[in-house]
Design a protein around this ligand. Structure first.
Ligand SMILES: Nc1ncnc2c1ncn2[C@@H]1O[C@H](COP(=O)(O)OP(=O)(O)OP(=O)(O)O)[C@@H](O)[C@H]1O
Ligand SMILES: O=P(O)(O)OC[C@H]1O[C@](O)(CO)[C@@H](O)[C@@H]1O
Ligand SMILES: [Mg+2]
Length: 542
């Protein structure tokens, strides 16, 4: 059997997320057709997004009539989710962990106790080490049918297949001598609530192991090679209160990543552990750094913590900062609602971030309960025509007297002239759907001779520059601590996640195939539609 990875499921859910409803049969084929489908997207822009999935799907050759297919699949899954480790390429030996909940810091313990006694005995239980063979289930729903909402199936019968991933946490044995470790932390990409919380927890946990040399790399990957940006040695005083503010203590940036320059810099600076906080692009960069370190046989642990308000990283329940961003976005929606409902024929329009996925828009709409129309990149819509968005807005104005619309920045890009520009990291610069939509609403009502008072709110940077809320602060704490546990355990090329409320280590390669997208067949999107009451605006319906 060819390699089966999480990409199958990622592709399937991503593909299904983009399949127009009129192609329902083809969509089914994706689920039923043991991944040998030849589906072609209707819209050319979408074909590109699908191509990576299609290639892998075509490579797969699962014979579901083989009674052993499931065992084989699970074995292959286990291999795919095996965590890359320093010992894969280096002759490294484990030593008992210095992480202890009994002592203030590892170095104190190192000085005062017999090293060989540390790993055994009653302290173990108090320290709560996680066994390296512990696993947690990635998927916890047993779908009875491929047509069940949100079903992710591997075979035509949607058979239950266990998919286990590695449980995160401190290990009994470690692969670094803490007092000799030099660790660096870097934050890349856009801002995200909780960056400072994660930096702080990485610092605290490193200290607890006994690490004294902890550095911050300034302004993203740029800080590795820009001579004007020397690393900043971090102290407890530096990090103590940083969680009280948004932003990143270290600064962040896009672009400018040359893997070999970065690895040269890691080598020259004699860094042993690199903690990299960022989104999809950053993870791709971190994986390249990890591979280059391996190639050079460097004993360096490259560990990621996923950071994105967009929540567009595969496999995990959510990324840190997302909850906070939703909360902030909900406040913008509330303002739009108040404006709209205080005006004669008021229309409140809010544009929220979400370059390729509509999680913030969907969740903020659900949270506020004040949105009449939610538009996301994953669900195509038409503005014009009897079943278009504008016609529904007119209906709302006539029946309710006011309306609130929430649109994700990546939605409806096919309606705009694309700027054909890229940012420094190579991300496409999007057309402004918010401004376009605002103008379209104004002209529509103007042409119809119906009064409409449009209030447009773009809270873009306000939702991501705030400090983390309570739920994100806890998530950041756990992810930051686990990042350090992962590094000391000798892993490299891994990232942190929360799956079904349990914390896991995942190979970076498994989360960067494609950005995670809202599945239009999921219960959550259906709940959003139920809440807004909006009809189907898809082109085939108009
Ligand atoms: N495919 C890639 N390979 C190597 N490095 C990359 C890749 N994509 C992006 N990077 C680098 O990663 C860094 C961050 O990328 P990017 O600006 O896309 O942010 P991100 O991590 O995706 O976060 P956000 O969710 O805010 O976009 C940049 O310095 C960029 O040069
Ligand atoms: O303006 P910037 O800093 O490039 O960030 C904008 C981008 O940030 C994101 O929220 C990802 O962090 C995208 O949704 C958005 O397009
Ligand atoms: Mg990116």
């Amino acid at each position: 059997m060819a390699s089966v990875s999480s990409m199958n499921n990622a592709c399937l859910s991503n593909l299904s997320a983009h399949v127009p409803m009129s192609n329902r049969d083809q969509h089914r084929q994706l689920y039923y057709g043991n991944l040998r489908f030849k589906w072609m997207g209707r819209h050319s822009s979408r074909k590109i997004r699908f191509s990576a999935c299609r290639i892998v799907a075509e490579k797969l050759d699962i014979d579901f009539s083989d009674p052993d297919w499931k065992t084989e699949y699970q074995k292959d899954f286990e291999n795919t989710f095996n965590l890359p480790h320093l010992k894969d390429v280096l002759d490294v030996k484990p030593r008992p962990s210095t992480f202890s909940l009994m002592h203030r810091d590892g170095s104190r313990w190192l000085r005062n106790e017999n090293v060989t006694d540390r790993a055994e005995g009653p302290e173990d239980r108090k320290n709560d080490y996680v066994d390296i063979d512990d696993r947690t289930l990635l998927k916890v729903i047993k779908y009875a049918s491929p047509t069940s909402a949100g079903a992710e199936c591997i075979d035509p019968n949607c058979t239950w297949v266990e998919q286990w991933v590695h449980r995160a946490g401190p290990r009994k044995e470690i692969y670094f001598e803490p007092t000799k470790v030099k660790a660096a932390i870097v934050t890349c990409g856009g801002l995200c609530p909780g960056l400072n919380d994660v930096i702080r927890q990485i610092f605290f946990t490193l200290e607890r192991y006994g690490v004294q040399k902890i550095f911050g790399v300034r302004y993203g990957f740029r800080g590795f090679f820009d001579p004007e940006l020397p690393m900043k040695k971090l102290s407890r005083e530096h990090v103590q209160d940083i969680n009280l503010e948004g932003g990143s203590l270290l600064g962040t940036s896009r672009g400018g990543a040359s893997t070999s320059d970065i690895v040269d810099s890691i080598e020259a600076k004699e860094i042993d552990m690199v903690f990299i906080l960022g989104g999809n692009g950053t993870h791709a960069g971190a994986n390249a750094i990890h591979n280059e370190c391996r190639k050079r046989k460097m004993k360096v642990s490259v560990i990621c913590v996923p950071k994105t308000i967009d929540n567009d990283i595969l496999l995990m329940d959510k990324t840190f900062g997302f909850d906070t961003a939703v909360e902030a976005a909900q406040r913008a929606i509330n303002s739009a609602y108040i404006e709209a409902h205080s005006a004669y024929h008021g229309i409140g329009l809010v544009k929220l971030m979400g370059r390729s996925s509509g999680f913030i828009a969907m969740h903020a709409s659900l949270a506020s309960g004040q949105v009449d129309i939610c538009l996301i990149p994953e669900v195509p819509f038409t503005l014009d025509g009897p079943n278009g968005v504008l016609s529904h807005l007119e209906h709302l104005i006539r029946t309710k007297g006011a309306a609130v619309v929430c649109v994700a920045e990546g939605a409806g890009q096919e309606l705009l002239a694309a700027p054909d520009l890229k940012d420094l990291s190579g991300n496409a610069v999007l057309g402004d759907i918010g401004v376009h939509f605002k103008n379209q609403i104004k002209s529509y009502f103007n042409e119809k001779g119906i009064h409409a008072d449009v209030k447009y709110i773009d809270p873009t940077y306000m939702v991501r520059s705030v400090r983390a809320n309570a739920s994100d602060a806890i998530l950041c704490t756990v992810l930051g601590q686990n990042a350090v546990h992962g590094a000391f355990a000798g892993y490299s090329g891994i990232t942190m996640g929360i799956c079904n409320t349990h914390y896991v280590f995942l190979p970076i390669t498994e989360v960067i195939h494609t950005p995670r997208a809202v599945n239009p067949n999921s219960r959550m999107w259906h709940r959003c539609l139920t809440s807004t009451g909006q009809p189907d605006f898809s082109p085939r319906n108009c």
